[in-house]
Ligand binder design. Structure first.
Ligand code: GLN
Length: 266
């Protein structure tokens, strides 16, 4: 069977099941199955592939149709120009969160900050990118061992010098940090049903906070004692609440104009 035919079959399955980017995704699935890059796949439509490859492509397409995010199938996601390993135990790094990493890098450079904590690091994407671009000392913590395993894989893959720590919020830390960066879970339980089926496949512990934002308040209160700055990703509808609870907050927009980062200077 020719690769062209296999890809047509895959993209038509994806299209029928409303996978938005069906052409791109069928290319990525073919490339992943053949262990080649997208360019190879696109430039070799006449390649003869065997049945096993085709069955594997069908298997991945089926998982995708059931709502599994593509990044969990290929175990790859690009963030800040670096390629991260991901699995179902971590949130998939989002382009939105690049705003947070870029802002942190700006603060670190501008204020010559040295000691950084990434709270709730997940895949390690924020911590590793910050360390990569600034060479500051970066500690990355998470309550989930399974997430820390992924962060450790990325640390090795990307030859990063971040330090990984297991802990619940800031309880593991007595020392002071110049800056705490965090993309905490901030989706309200009442908002869960409105999420896409892909997002519903991501770990709830990384997505959902409590209905009263107690978790977010805890992060702010605990950071106050041990950090100069807290940079936190937020949902656009959280700014009003944050402005009510702290006069120290300054809200920044992302490139689409949505409130996206809360900056606290303590
Ligand atoms: N921004 C993510 C989403 O809407 C959620 C990330 C988070 O809760 N920190 O899917």
């Amino acid at each position: 069977m020719k690769l062209r035919k296999a890809m047509q079959a895959i993209s038509s399955i994806l299209r029928k099941h409303n996978v938005g980017n069906f052409l791109l995704e069928s290319t990525i699935i073919a490339a992943y199955t053949l262990k080649k890059d997208d360019l190879f796949v696109l430039s070799n439509p006449d390649l003869e592939i065997n049945q096993t490859f085709f069955y594997n492509m069908l298997k991945y397409a089926r998982r995708r149709v059931y709502g599994e995010p593509l990044a969990y199938i290929t175990h790859k996601k690009e963030f800040m120009g670096l390629e991260f390993y991901v699995n179902k135990n971590v949130l998939i790094p989002r382009p939105d969160t690049e705003n947070l990493a870029e802002e942190a890098i700006y603060y670190i450079r501008n204020y010559s900050l040295k000691n950084i904590l990434d709270l709730g690091t997940g895949s390690g994407a924020i911590a590793i990118s910050i360390e990569h671009f600034t060479h500051a000392t970066v500690i990355a913590s998470d309550i989930s061992y399974k997430a820390l395993k992924v962060a450790n894989i990325n640390k090795k893959l990307l030859k990063s010098n971040i330090y990984l720590v297991n802990g619940n919020l800031l309880s593991a830390f007595k020392s002071n940090f110049d800056i705490i960066v965090s993309n905490p879970p901030y989706i309200l339980p009442s908002e869960f049903n409105s999420l896409s089926k892909e997002v519903k496949n991501e770990p709830k512990i990384a997505l959902l906070c409590d209905q009263n934002y107690f978790l977010i308040q805890n992060i702010i209160n605990q950071s106050k004692n041990i950090a100069k700055f807290l940079l936190m990703e937020i949902a656009p509808n959280m700014s009003f609440f944050l402005e009510q609870i702290s006069e120290l907050v300054c809200i920044k927009q992302d490139y689409s104009g949505f409130d996206r980062i809360a900056i606290f200077r303590f």
